[in-house]
Design a protein around this ligand. Structure first.
Ligand code: PLP
Length: 220
């Protein structure tokens, strides 16, 4: 077994079974991404449309499902809709509208997550928590979009414990939106936690963690 396979096997045994792992594949080789897929990781996340395109061409669409985890520029929406099975970083009505428009052309529906800027960092993408529910109500009207949950990054901190309150706040928001019972919106997926913080994120209610270095080793 590859070292990636071994890492995944031992990690898997420590995670609750309902938690899904997304392999965050930025800068990784197709060989290493393939090792992940062969070790049972079914969802591969990319930050960049072009990187995903090259990887999907090399490995083939059906080897995994492909999810966008990076900030999506509007001029990349067409390519993103062609490539990705889901998009985790929708944070505005114009972006959602552009995705909807592209999806309608090919009669597709795009599963998305709403990216929440739970740390309220001015320079970061994501909708502020207090604006999330209004945005979700608006996006939920778009026919070709299916909101499935929330995603958050959180600030970069040296002590991952500092993210606990942010994850907690995001889970509260998630529950609040679920309770609002908005037509065409399901709150099934809460994507939060990365290599340094996934254990805390899971304690706070994450159903999906996005892992790079934990699976692949340190990035160059
Ligand atoms: C890189 C990245 C991750 C994973 O980061 P690691 O710390 O290597 O686990 C998760 N989510 C996003 C959006 C990323 O860009």
């Amino acid at each position: 077994m590859t070292s990636i396979g071994k890492r995944i096997e031992s990690l898997r045994s420590t995670l609750p079974p309902h938690v899904e792992i997304v392999a965050a594949a930025k800068t990784q080789s197709s060989q290493d991404v393939l090792a992940c897929i062969e070790a049972g990781i079914g969802i591969i996340g990319h930050n960049y449309v072009q990187e995903a395109q090259a990887m999907i061409e090399m490995l083939g669409r059906r080897t995994a499902t492909w999810t966008m985890i990076g900030h999506l520029q509007r001029n990349k929406v067409r390519a993103a809709v062609e490539l990705f099975d889901s998009i985790q970083t929708v944070d505005s009505l114009p972006l959602a509208t552009a995705i909807d428009r592209e999806c309608r052309k090919t009669s597709r529906t795009m599963p998305i997550l709403i990216e929440v800027n739970a740390g309220r960092e001015p320079q970061k993408s994501g909708v502020f928590p207090e604006a999330a529910i209004d945005l979700i109500r608006e996006i939920s009207q778009l026919e070709a979009i299916q909101i499935q949950g929330l995603m958050t990054m959180g600030p970069s901190v040296s002590n991952p414990e500092d993210l606990r309150s942010i994850f907690h706040k995001t889970k509260d928001l998630f529950d609040c939106i679920a309770a609002a019972d908005i037509p065409n919106v399901s709150m099934d997926v809460l994507s939060m936690g990365m290599s340094g913080s996934f254990a805390i994120a899971i304690e706070e209610g994450a159903t999906m963690v996005r892992l790079g270095t934990t699976l692949f080793g340190p990035r160059n």
